[in-house]
Design a protein around this ligand. Sequence first.
Ligand SMILES: [Zn+2]
Length: 475
Amino acid sequence: MHNSEPIWDHVEARRKAYEDLSDRIWSMPELAYTEFRSSAEHTAMLKEEGFAVTEGPAGIPTAVMGEAGSGGPIIAFLGEYDALPGLSQEANVAEPKPLPGNGFGHGCGHNMLGSAALLAATAMKNYLKETGQPGTVRYYGCPAEEGGAAKAFMVRAGIFDDVDAAITWHPASLTRVDEALSLANTRIDFTFTGRASHAAAAPHLGRSALDAVELMNVGVNYMREHMPSSARIHYAMIDGGGIAPNVVQGRAKVRYAVRALDIHGMKALNERVIKIAKGAAMMTETEVEIKILSAVSNLLGNTPMEETMFANMQRLGPVAFDEADRAFAAEIQATLSEEDIASDYNRCGVEPKTDQPLCDFIVPLDQVGEPMIGSTDVGDVSWKVPTVQARVATHAIGTPGHSWQITAQGKAGPAYKGLTWAAKVMAGTAVDLLKDPALLEQAKADHQARLAKKPYLCPIPPEVDPPLQPRPAGV
Ligand SMILES: [Zn+2]
């Protein structure tokens, strides 16, 4: 019998309660920093399981932390539970059908993410209790992954300082160990202030803030040719200065997302974008106010932990889907293009198949694909603590991230099976680290070697606080 089997029994014993938790979170979608009900659900679960609970750690009301066990290494499981706007969708139907209400939906699967991480933590707590081994398990309920960078603020507050290793996962199409590629990302607001005037009778008296925004965007678009091809820049007009073309726009605002391969590259690129904004203000005789809203770091890999997680995946075997799961996934695939489906395979370097609605394999650890890279605030934890992340199949191959199709599949068979499977992989990895001090030392040495090349720079300026939101009425 291998180490993993007793811990997997502990996962199985509690799986139903966590499928139910995932369903409840799915049914109460809340946006970044307003997850008051979702975090209360996680808090109640932690208390019911007997964890010592810290509510609102790092000064973030919708964060929660639970701890159990004593002595030994501190192993952390990271969970999330925030939803997205515009992705409301009925469950288990393969056509767009928003539910009545605010339009929010779990279009990134964070209902499963938090539930599986908490299930892994619970299994490890019960394992520690049963075996009497020294060891401490923590669950971090992390809000606002979607654009809120909560984990970066939590790292900055020091609440990960004593953690020995961190483990997490994300719902996905293909099952694999995350290749630890994500982009560092900053969100910056540029607010231009000029002078309003009658656009026909007194244009010479006006100074257009909208002109400044447009010139800034043109400047940045010219810069694209001269920045690293791995970097990404996007913008959204938050305020175009009003709806009247006959008024010179006295105020306008554009929000930028600047992404680069690592924190250091991102800082350099931010400075160039800021220079362009100042140039646009100078050209238009307007003023610009520059405000960094949030920022996250790129992910740092950890080879010993990745190998350990992969070994757990192999011992467990691929997620075992059934015919009903495949039938619904095939219906979802019918709403996707061939390109959608092929790109999921290409991303992982796997030959595309047309007759495979769900992932019935594990992508090899060393498989090289064409990663399409986003950003995650897990990045900041990974610079502070040796961190590993699983990607586990919970939805049809080809399902785009942040889509109604993900919301539709959030309460289906594959979601439940993937959730439990992810908890087993995470808990199994944790037990291996606990039982093998040499492995944990290797993970730490790997982490230190990466930091020695480039140190961690907190990407959030010290004066920037998390963009906390008020508790909605009636919640
Ligand atoms: Zn996500």
